[in-house]
Design a binder for this molecule. Structure first.
Ligand SMILES: Nc1ncnc2c1ncn2[C@@H]1O[C@H](COP(=O)(O)OP(=O)(O)O)[C@@H](O)[C@H]1O
Ligand SMILES: [Mg+2]
Length: 243
């Protein structure tokens, strides 16, 4: 049985088919990358899995249970954590309060949530900034807060939406190291959307490629970089942009 099984998911936004009959599965313990050009449907696919969108058709099976159409709060309770490409955090809240929002997925009492949030801030090495507001912080810090908040929900599957974009090489290296640690030590399965090819190819064991809402390839990073369709749809264009 697959850990996560996405079976024939379609999501249509008034004629714009953002996900067109997408199927794939992820095994427990894997790190799987999701790549593709802007607008390919990557974030939509995440949203269909966690219940921010209800797919028009298809199923999402998580650990043997049909979770299609469950609300984000319930997929979160089921063990799926995610970060947002654009941080949906109220800037009126402090860092600590933001992470507490995640913790309330598992604990009811404020003091317990506070303790859990502080522990996660410690794990991320950012407890010093606990009383800052998000909009006062550089982007790398904001990302760490987003990660701490997702981790505070105790995920067994963590889905990261472009957590490394806009970061400098040293910060990217830190994120890569973080992914490896939570995957190998905390045993969290990772599903990551990423634009930075060097990074996603290095960290992923398997890569899925979307283009115009279609899955155009899936395989080992070494095979994906040589895949004709992927080069045409995405890698060629990216290569051209960076040279
Ligand atoms: N809530 C929405 N309503 C209408 N169209 C949307 C919505 N979300 C995404 N789309 C459209 O779906 C397509 C895929 O978007 P998205 O999943 O964000 O792509 P990616 O994350 O790969 O850049 C885009 O054309 C986008 O404009
Ligand atoms: Mg996106």
């Amino acid at each position: 049985m697959a850990f996560l099984e996405v079976d024939n998911i379609t999501k249509d936004f008034g004629g714009l088919v953002a996900n067109n009959h997408i199927s794939f599965s992820i095994d427990e313990g894997e790190i799987v990358g999701l790549i593709g050009p802007n607008g390919a449907g990557k974030t939509t696919l995440f949203n269909c899995i966690v219940g921010y969108h209800k797919p028009d058709s298809g199923k999402v099976i998580f650990r043997g249970k049909d979770i299609t159409g469950l609300k984000p709060h319930d997929t979160n309770r089921a063990g799926i954590g995610r970060t947002f490409q654009v941080m949906k955090v109220t800037t009126g809240m402090t860092v600590l309060e933001n992470v507490m929002v995640g913790a309330f997925c598992r604990v009811d009492e404020r003091e317990q949530a506070r303790k859990k949030a502080l522990a996660l801030l410690g794990f991320m090495g950012i407890e010093k900034i606990k009383d800052f507001h998000l909009n006062e912080l550089p982007v790398a810090m904001q990302r760490k807060v987003g990660l701490a908040r997702a981790l505070a929900t105790n995920p067994v599957l963590l889905m990261l939406d472009e957590v490394a974009s806009g970061l400098n090489p040293k910060e990217i290296e830190e994120i890569v190291e973080f992914m490896r640690v939570i995957n190998s030590e905390k045993k969290i399965t990772l599903f990551i959307i990423e634009h930075i090819m060097e990074m996603v190819m290095k960290v992923s064991q398997r890569v899925i490629v979307l283009d115009y809402g279609e899955k155009i390839a899936e395989g080992l990073p070494a095979d994906i970089v040589k895949n004709e369709n992927v080069i045409k749809a995405y890698l060629g264009e990216k290569y051209a942009q960076s040279h």
